[in-house]
Design a protein around this ligand. Structure first.
Ligand SMILES: [Zn+2]
Length: 120
């Protein structure tokens, strides 16, 4: 009796595995190794306009002042406030103005990169 139970259990497991493998080959239940490798690769970072030197916003005079009060926190959408003095940096042979901002709600620092037309 015990032997019959053991053999029966093994048979049920073997049939279940066989059916599962056949189903997976036919309709692809499990992700393939190539898909898993693709999913594990890091995605290139994407920055919105002004969030990185490469995506600096072009502005001049009055536009520059409007930019300061118009940025919102990407996390909580609160309007960002000034945090410290502006900074000048060189990036890709261009001089950029870096406006330092801070979210009053999250207290997270943010930087706004601006290419000031007519020079910084
Ligand atoms: Zn925030």
């Amino acid at each position: 009796m015990t032997l019959l139970v053991i053999v029966g259990t093994i048979a049920i497991v073997a049939v279940t595995i066989t059916v599962g493998v056949l189903l997976d080959r036919r309709i692809g239940l499990l992700p393939r190794p190539k898909e898993l490798l693709e999913a594990g690769k890091p995605k290139p970072a994407r920055h919105d306009a002004g969030e990185a030197p490469a995506t600096a916003i072009r502005a001049r005079g009055a536009q520059l002042e409007r930019l300061r009060g118009a940025r919102r926190c990407p996390t909580c959408r609160e309007v960002l406030v000034a945090a410290g003095d502006d900074e000048r940096v060189r990036y890709d042979d261009r001089e950029l103005l870096v406006i330092h901002l801070r979210c009053p709600r999250c207290d997270e620092p943010h930087a706004l990169y601006v290419l000031v037309e007519g020079g910084v």
